[in-house]
Design a protein around this ligand. Structure first.
Ligand SMILES: Nc1ncnc2c1ncn2[C@@H]1O[C@H](COP(=O)(O)OP(=O)(O)OP(=O)(O)O)[C@@H](O)[C@H]1O
Length: 287
């Protein structure tokens, strides 16, 4: 199971004064079970790209293979693709509409043709995955919940379809730091438990640095960097030239190095930094 993008180009309003080349000959592959961060400045083409992954947009040219099926081909049924690729839009809680949490999450599985106990199981499992207590919340109105909880109800609604691929567009947008950390932690746990393929779209290096296996950096409709977080963060000049920072902790290591405090440079977390700094202090105090 994989996603393969071949020479994908998307032009909005072609041959008009408003023509915009949003995606410009993009190619890459995402393997089964990978956790990928898609990062780029506003307008770099991230949302356009992910809307191609479940057939919401059609390529101007190029191909998209989901599990080896070219979904841009005319005969492919979009319903079948959408069962496989769960797309969580920005501010997904705005799309909640049922009167209870249960009914909202059950909507997708019911549309897949499930019924009775099968639906109850799906709703319970997906609420567990996003740490929403089933008994306590199932009969509540989503509109009585906190912003972070509402977002988790919306994510559970997509998870209840058991998609092979989960695509999340800026899942932390607009949340306070606590809500943001909770959602990221849950996405990480979810990926570890379900072992599905996850694509997380973000503007924030901090958010994705600790989570993903691979980062794809987009700039002006092209892929400008691709690799593990450590590989990508080494390209500080490229990142800065396209207006993206590196995580604060990686930046701190760089600044220390410039001041002849030579610590490991590919550090991603505070914990790693603490260990390195303690090692350095011990080494220097013994000298
Ligand atoms: N429906 C549309 N019609 C015309 N142009 C569009 C449309 N949607 C996006 N664009 C343009 O395509 C380019 C890429 O936009 P896109 O929304 O894919 O970027 P993005 O990286 O997702 O940005 P953001 O982080 O702000 O969501 C931008 O120049 C944008 O103005």
């Amino acid at each position: 199971m994989s996603i393969k993008i071949e020479n994908l180009t998307h032009v909005y309003n072609p041959n008009s004064p408003f023509q915009t080349i949003a995606l410009d000959d993009i190619s890459f592959e995402i393997k089964d079970g990978e956790f990928v961060g898609l990062i780029g400045h506003t307008g770099s083409g991230k949302s356009t790209l992910i809307q191609h992954l479940n057939g919401l947009l059609k390529p101007t040219s190029g191909k998209i293979f989901i599990n080896d099926v070219n979904i841009a081909a005319k005969e492919v049924k979009l319903g079948d693709i959408r069962k496989n690729v769960g797309l969580v839009f920005q501010y997904p809680e705005h799309q909640l509409f049922e009167e209870t949490v249960y009914k909202d999450i059950a909507f997708g599985p019911a549309n897949l043709g499930l019924s009775g106990e099968d639906i109850v199981t799906r709703v319970r499992e997906s609420m567990d995955l996003v740490k929403l207590p089933f008994e306590l919340l199932k009969d509540r109105s989503p509109f009585e919940l906190s912003g972070g909880q509402r977002r988790r109800v919306a994510i559970a609604g997509v998870l209840a379809m058991k998609p092979d691929f989960l695509v999340l567009d800026e899942p932390t947008a607009g949340l306070d730091p606590k809500g943001r950390d909770e959602i990221l932690e849950q996405i990480k746990n979810l990926h570890q438990q379900v072992k599905n393929t996850v694509i997380l779209v973000s503007h924030s290096m901090e958010d994705i640095a600790k989570l993903v296996d691979r980062i794809i950096v987009m700039h002006r409709g092209k892929v400008s960097l691709m690799g593990s977080p450590r590989e990508v963060f080494k390209e500080v000049e490229v990142l800065e030239s396209i207006g993206l920072g590196i995580p604060q902790i990686t930046y701190l290591m760089k600044k220390l190095k410039e001041n002849n405090i030579n610590l490991k440079q590919d550090i991603l977390t505070i914990e790693e930094a603490k260990e390195e700094i303690i090692k350095w202090i011990r080494g220097n105090s013994n000298a």
